[in-house]
Ligand binder design. Structure first.
Ligand code: NIG
Length: 416
């Protein structure tokens, strides 16, 4: 079926001829828009768009469902390239431990944090885990997300990691979201391997990766490369094994310190290096000219009360930036991309154009789907957001807690 959206106040992030797959550095200030526009999609693909004054000549005479978007903006659905949204229970007590002065690492050392979520996940069966996670899936669709990357990493045993990845697969089969799965067995060292970290890395390499790859449960492999979690040497071993099975690296790098995570990520041609609160020229240099995108997660920086990643310096250095929510129960219990846009403006000092690029086309790149998602281009997936009546695109990060998304269309179907 063809659907027409007409009288769009501003159609945002359009690509007329040569669709880009990524915007870096200065290009992040480029944002192509059409005012007083129309957009037509057929089934799950974008068919055509342009100025309203050209609509009649392009109108094919077929029966359309027509949506009047007078006063409203249409933008590509958000691409959230870093989440841990499959989890059991919640961790609000640790949130208050933090207010009483404990750090994220101190909570982890006491058996809280990721290990706490691993215990809760172990006690939850696959069906219940799916149901709990689907509540968050519905929530983020309502926030305008159309594509999401979801990591395992609260299993930490072969059985529980596979349980998580099966739930991620089920979400991809049953929800309208485009889903990419990442295996993150190296998220924390489980208690049974306390003091024997290398043996846990052996288990990941010899018992988890081969099964996960043979069942095609994940496309990406991730490691939390940070002091108190996994070292550069552990990461090197895991990536070296994983790439032989066709899993492409992504990495949690430089969140709490200068871990060397960026460099080992680039060495293995990681699709993205994520967090990056502790980075400077040495890391920028490693990233420059690589195929690895810097993904910033300002929700966790905000929630953990840390210093923000140096986004302006990165952009000045010519690097591409994606923004993601890092939706998880410990460091970012929010899947709201619009809130991340507000933090990007306030704390990362990014411009409106840079922010839109970071949550659409660059987010799509960071999950390997920018050929099909992340912009309004003919033939791309009909994944779009229609806003409420708003004065400008800048209004989205500005009115940071107002629900401004009227409709979400995924795969050509109105889902909100
Ligand atoms: O990206 N840093 C590691 N992983 C998550 C936090 C996970 C958790 O605390 O449960 C993050 O911040």
């Amino acid at each position: 079926m063809k659907i027409l959206i007409k009288n769009i106040k501003r159609l945002v992030q359009v690509e007329e001829s040569d669709p880009v797959t990524l915007r870096s550095g200065k290009e992040m200030s480029e944002l192509n828009c059409i005012d007083n526009a129309y957009l037509i999609f057929k089934d799950d693909k974008i068919l055509d768009f342009g100025e309203m004054k050209h609509l009649n000549e392009n109108f094919q005479g077929s029966v359309f469902k027509s949506i009047d978007a007078k006063g409203k903006m249409v933008i590509p659905a958000f691409c959230d390239s870093h989440t841990h949204l499959v989890y059991a229970g919640s961790r609000e007590m640790e949130f208050f431990d933090k207010q009483r002065g404990l750090s994220y690492q101190e909570i982890a050392k006491k058996g809280g944090g990721i290990l706490n979520s691993a215990k809760l996940l172990h006690e939850t069966n696959e069906d219940d885990l799916y149901k709990e996670s689907m509540v968050r899936v519905e929530e983020i669709i309502g926030f305008g997300t159309g594509a999401v990357e979801i990591k395992s990493g609260y299993g930490l045993t072969p059985e529980d990691e596979i349980k998580m990845l099966r739930v991620i697969r089920r979400i991809s089969e049953t929800s309208p979201l485009t889903v990419k799965a990442t295996f993150l067995g190296a998220h924390a060292v489980p208690l049974r391997y306390k003091g024997k970290q290398e043996e846990y890395v052996d288990e990941i390499i010899s018992e988890m990766i081969p099964v996960i790859a043979s069942e095609e449960l994940a496309e990406y492999i991730d490691v939390f490369c940070e002091e108190g979690f996994f070292t550069v040497e552990d990461t090197d071993r895991i990536f070296n094994a994983a790439i032989k099975y066709g899993l492409r690296p992504k990495i949690h790098a430089n969140q709490m310190g200068f871990s060397g995570g960026v460099q080992v990520g680039v060495k293995y041609n990681a699709l993205s290096v994520d967090h990056l609160e502790s980075t400077r020229e040495k890391e920028f240099k490693a990233l420059k000219g690589s195929e690895t995108i810097a993904t910033l997660l300002p929700g966790s920086t905000f929630f953990l009360n840390m210093d923000y990643a140096p986004a302006r310096e990165m952009i000045k250095y010519g690097l591409p930036i994606a923004l993601a929510t890092n939706y998880n129960p410990g460091s970012s219990p929010s899947g709201d991309m619009k809130f991340m846009m507000a933090l990007a403006a306030l704390k990362l000092k990014m411009s409106p154009e840079e922010i839109i690029n970071a949550v659409t086309i660059n987010g799509a790149y960071a999950m390997g789907i920018s050929d099909t998602h992340g912009s309004i281009a003919r033939g791309k997936r009909a994944n779009i957001i229609i806003t409420k009546e708003i004065p400008s695109v800048e209004y989205l990060p500005y009115a940071f807690s107002t629900p401004l998304i009227e409709n979400v269309i995924l795969n050509g179907k109105i889902v909100k």
